[in-house]
Write a protein that binds this ligand. Structure first.
Ligand code: ARG
Length: 550
């Protein structure tokens, strides 16, 4: 049962208002609380008077044990036996659908966006991990989601890399795409802002067969390299866009924008004046009639909104592109797209390593491969030590699962507006705020349930406070998912899973399960089964595997 919804129904009957409940910071203040400030404004009475009034008016009934006014809040206490039975039964019935919902909107999520001819660095990793999780969360909430990637396959980075291929005579390594990134970084350091690579840029634009061939091969090599990483991270896209496909479409859009009087001529170039919205001027066509980054984005967004009939577009990029997307959404609005107001730019901050090694343009970037190598070497020896008897295949599988959970969880547990200081040692800890800790909790529950499955459960046997805390947490899963989807915040789920793991371990340390008296044992086993299900549902939304053994 959705307790929150039921309480809101009761409140609506009494107040005729659509209200919002909060989850009190500790269970002594009730399971749900109504802050009375909104009603206070409406009825022109102090909030505590409203709370007192409602306490008298609404009689506790059914699943509600009691209702108490406390200062400006009205607190609701759910009947524990009812909460226990309803929650566990619902989880075990709905299984991997517990927490899911239905929605109609069609949403395109663009994420990852690494650049061909360059390396896939830890900034792209943050983007990719965030995007995949958001896509899964939105799908789980019933939205029609179209995950897409966008690769900038034109621009100075391309010509710089090709210049490097011709002049630096580096020997290719096994992964051609990764090697191109390396050549790019050398070339970029050598060339600086000299502009020497312009020659090559022109040759590609003029479709010189020799350079066109090198360019095509390079894009393919890069794509192969990115695809290996996506496989590693369990990430999928329905479609990949390339900016080279939008050079002409971009120019066509500019003439349309001129006709619609959205764009205007200015000193030989074409601009869109957004100063009235405090968004400066957007240059959309240079005086030599080359198009810009935003020109292609305008054309591509219009193309996407029309061909997929989207209700919303979400873009994930670094925070340095904030203005770009504000301008883009405003231009879409001026163009006449009602959806523009719903479009969303999810921006995130840098990822750094503790020593201050960071992603920068000066060639000192940390690539995905470097981080992976570092984590794998630490993990391999750890897993070998722990599981001498395992086959090497099984060990390898475990290493891969722990590696990806360590890195993904460390990224997802923090809000995107925070700079991440990624510490490989900390992310790998089995005790701590880490992915492996949650996986370990899951594996431990699995091992208990392998020994015995619950049967003939009587939920009344659950009456310890550690059990209730765990059950209350389980009952909140659907509302956490809903909020994470509506506010685009995967970190709410990551933090929920940490708290759920803590509560589950607290329960497990305090109370016997398999050695408890029969009736209690069965009830506790079913509580563990429900916990296991919710951990699995949550981990899946973060694209982290839930291992039966670890
Ligand atoms: N490749 C771009 C970059 O590295 C990000 C692409 C963002 N997407 C977009 N539609 N502009 O900055």
């Amino acid at each position: 049962m959705d307790f929150e919804k039921e309480i809101l129904k009761l409140l609506k009957k009494e107040t005729k208002q659509d209200l919002k409940l909060e989850i009190p910071p500790n269970p002594e203040l009730g399971d749900y609380a109504l802050p009375c400030f909104q009603l206070s404004k409406l009825f022109k009475k102090p909030p505590h008077e409203i709370a007192n009034y409602l306490e008298l008016k609404i009689k506790p009934q059914g699943f509600i044990q009691s209702i108490q006014a406390q200062g400006p809040y009205l607190n609701f206490y759910i009947n524990k036996a009812e909460l226990t039975k309803q929650t566990i039964q619902e989880i075990l019935k709905k299984k991997d659908k517990y927490g899911s919902s239905l929605n109609k909107e069609k949403i395109m999520v663009e994420f990852s966006g690494p650049n061909p001819f360059k390396a896939f660095h830890i900034g792209h990793l943050r983007n990719t991990v965030l995007g995949e999780s958001l896509v899964r969360i939105l799908k789980f909430q019933g939205y029609k989601v179209i995950p897409v990637n966008y690769l900038n396959d034109t621009g100075t980075h391309v010509s710089k890399c090709i210049w490097g291929l011709e002049h630096l005579k580096e020997k290719p390594t096994k992964d051609r795409g990764e090697w191109l990134g390396y050549v790019y970084s050398l070339a970029s350091e050598k060339l600086g802002d000299s502009g020497i690579e312009q020659e090559i840029h022109k040759k590609i634009e003029e479709k010189d067969p020799k350079y066109l061939k090198i360019w095509k091969q390079g894009v393919k090599d890069s794509l192969d390299y990115f695809n290996k990483i996506y496989k590693d991270l369990d990430v999928k896209f329905d479609k990949t866009y390339f900016d080279s496909d939008y050079i002409n479409k971009g120019k066509l859009i500019v003439s349309e924008l001129l006709k619609k009087k959205i764009a205007e001529h200015s000193e030989g170039a074409i601009i869109i004046n957004l100063e009235g919205y405090n968004l400066y001027k957007a240059l959309v066509l240079k005086s030599d009639s080359t198009s810009l980054y935003i020109t292609k984005d305008i054309a591509m967004a219009i193309d996407r909104l029309n061909s997929y009939k989207l209700d919303k577009l979400i873009y994930i990029t670094g925070s340095e592109q904030k203005l770009h997307f504000q301008q883009l959404f405003k231009i879409l609005e001026l163009y006449g797209f009602k959806q523009a107001k719903k479009c969303y730019h999810l921006s995130y901050e840098l990822v750094m390593l503790p020593e201050g090694r960071m992603a920068s343009r000066k060639g000192k970037i940390i690539t995905y491969s470097e981080i992976k190598k570092e984590l794998l070497s630490k993990l391999e020896s750890e897993v070998k030590k722990r599981h001498k008897s395992w086959s090497s295949e099984k060990k390898q599988k475990a290493v891969q699962a722990i590696f990806s959970s360590a890195i993904k969880f460390d990224i997802l547990k923090q809000g995107p507006e925070k700079v991440i200081i990624f510490s490989p040692d900390k992310a790998l800890e089995f005790e701590g705020d880490t992915g492996p800790y949650i996986q370990y909790t899951y594996a431990r529950i699995s091992s208990i349930l392998r020994k015995e499955k619950p049967k003939n459960v009587n939920y009344k046997a659950l009456e310890q406070s550690e059990e209730f805390n765990l059950i209350t947490k389980l009952s909140l899963f659907p509302s956490v998912i809903k909020k994470a989807a509506e506010e685009y915040k995967p970190y709410l789920i990551a933090n929920y899973l940490l708290e759920l793991s803590h509560l589950s371990n607290e329960f497990y340390h305090k109370h016997k399960v398999l050695q408890a008296p029969e009736k209690i044992k069965q009830a506790r086993l079913s509580l563990l089964q429900a916990t296991k299900q919710v951990l699995s549902n949550g981990l899946n939304l973060l694209a982290i595997t839930a291992p039966e053994e670890m």
